[in-house]
Design a protein around this ligand. Sequence first.
Ligand SMILES: *Cc1c(COP(=O)(O)O)cnc(C)c1O
Length: 306
Amino acid sequence: MSSDNGDDSEHANNDTSSDMPPTSLKVDPARASTLIQNIAQIHSRISQTCKTQSRTQPPRLVAVSKLKPATDILALHQPPSSATENTSIPAQTHFGENYVQELLQKSQLLPKSIKWHFIGGLQSNKCQQLARDVSNLWAVESVDSDKKAKLLDKGRGQRNENSEDTTDKTEGLRVFVQVNTSGEESKSGVEPKSAELKSLCKLIRDDCQNLKLQGLMTIGAIARSKATTAETENEDFVSLRDNRDWLAQELGIDGAELELSMGMSEDFEGAIAQGSDEVRVGSTIFGERPPKSEAKVLENAEEGKT
Ligand SMILES: *Cc1c(COP(=O)(O)O)cnc(C)c1O
C-alpha cells in the first residue's frame, strides 16, 4: 500500500499534520523493549500456526491499544533502535481502539502513518464524527445497523470534502459488519444468516459510496474462546466463515472478496486455523488494561496546571 507519500509536509502549518510525533511523547526504552518482545512472540506464534496450516498469507495483525497510553503505540510504530536489536519484526502499523474520544485524541497525537481500526461498540450518535474526524481511520469493524452505516458514509463524505487527512480520498472507508455468532444478549452484532445481515451488506455495497464492505467480524463467547486451541474448532469462527460463504452466495460475489476479522489474545491461533484474515490482539502485547476511569492517553501529563 502506498499511502505513506508524505509529500505535503511543506504545507504543514501545525504539529499534527506532520509525520513526526510531538516531542512530548517520550518512549521509555525499557517499555519499548518489552512491547517489541511481546509482539515478536505473537508474530512467531502466527507464523508457526500458518506453517502448520500450510498457509502462505499470514493474517493482518491489529494491535489493540485501547486504554493504553499513546507512548505504547509509538513504541511499536517507531521503535527506538535499542528495542529492535535482536528482532527483525516489521514496525506495527495497524492499531485497534474501542472508544471514539480516545481514538480522536490518539489520532491527533500520533503519526499519520498509523492505520486506525475502530473495533468497539458503536453508538449511532458518534458515527459521523468518527468517520469525519479521526485522521487515517482505516476500518470500522463493528457496524451492525443501516443507520450506523449511513452515518459513517455521511461522515466519510464530509471528511473527503474538507479535511487534511492524508489518506487517499478515493479510497472508501473499510467496514466490517459485526455478526453476533454466539447469540449472547450482551454482544452487539447482527443475527447470523439473517435478512438483516444481507440487506445491511447490500446497503453498504450499493448505496454507501464512501464505504467499502471489507468483510465480517465476530468477538465470540468467552468460554469458547478460552477453550480454543489451534486443533479444536471454535463454533464462533466456524459460524463466521459459514456466514461469509452464505453472504457471498446471496450477494452473488466471490467469497474471497470478504475478509474474516476474528481471533483475540486467547484464541487467535484457533482463528487462523479457521481461516481468519485479521486477528485483533491486545492484552498479550500490552498487558492487562487499566479500568477505563484510570486510563490515560498521556502518561505523564501535567494535569490540573493552574
Ligand atoms: C479488546 C478487544 C480485543 C482485544 O482483546 P484481548 O483479549 O486483549 O486480545 C479484540 N477485539 C475486540 C472487539 C475488543 O474489544
